[in-house]
Design a protein around this ligand. Structure first.
Ligand SMILES: *Cc1c(COP(=O)(O)O)cnc(C)c1O
Length: 227
């Protein structure tokens, strides 16, 4: 318990310092990433002040769902298969990993049938790493041009997973490019799009991400220890 609390405090302090270096005073949401973490420890993090938790697999999220404190918002941050969305319909505050028009369309349809609007982020893979999911910038433009027709989804921002580098500085250009795309879209004022969240930065690279404009970081290891 004390360890988790201390880890959260340390992450918060590093976020504050990164914001100072970047001359920012807006909020950065810390999502505690809980894959492989049992509900009891998740609830310890929530008691220690975490308001947002992130799971990356539908099955794991469902298996813990009933035992996680309802005080936290739930984010799905990992790849989502279309046929799995029905299981989490209405359960998430935000789905970070929408990476195709087919998935978007499916989420929209099911949300419509159930009379809800589902909040999502569009996941980008701008470094072009083959091992990662995500839209190219061309695919993003294509989807944004058609987004008006999807009335039961609301795009709240963008997400990316930067490549892993020992040298964290190497991630900076990825975060800079994301921030630029985010700002351009925000200016455009597209229907069904409300660019509020830029979800980027993990345990290894969140300080650089915050320096470059991230306002939502996804932190597993630095809070719960290594998996
Ligand atoms: C696991 C995971 C994280 C957190 O990773 P850490 O390096 O443990 O902080 C963030 N985002 C996604 C999509 C993940 O799957």
């Amino acid at each position: 318990m004390e360890k988790i609390r201390q880890n959260i405090e340390r992450v918060k302090e590093k976020v504050e310092n990164a914001k100072i270096r970047a001359g920012r005073n807006d909020d950065v949401t810390i999502i505690a990433v809980t894959k492989t973490v049992p509900p009891q420890r998740i609830n310890e993090a929530i008691e220690a002040g975490i308001l947002d938790i992130g799971e990356n697999r539908v099955q794991e999220l469902l298996s813990k769902y009933e035992n996680i404190s309802k005080n936290a918002k739930i984010h799905l941050i990992g790849h989502l298969q279309r046929n799995k969305f029905k299981y989490i319909l209405g359960k998430t505050a935000l789905i970070h990993s929408v990476d195709s028009e087919r998935l978007l369309e499916h989420i929209d349809n099911l949300s419509k049938n159930n009379g809800i609007v589902t909040d999502i982020l569009l996941q980008l893979n701008i470094s072009g790493e083959e091992s990662k999911y995500g839209l190219t910038t061309a695919q993003l433009d294509y989807i944004i041009n058609k987004i008006e027709r999807y009335e039961n989804i609301r795009v709240r921002g963008l997400m990316t997973i930067a490549p892993f580098y020992e040298d964290k500085e190497k991630t900076r250009p990825v975060f800079q490019q994301m921030y630029e795309i985010f700002c351009n879209l925000k200016e455009k004022n597209v229907k069904n799009v409300k660019m509020e969240y830029l979800s980027m930065g993990m345990s290894n690279d969140f300080e650089v991400a915050v320096e470059e404009g991230s306002n939502m970081i996804r932190i597993g290891t630095a809070i719960f220890g290594s998996r």
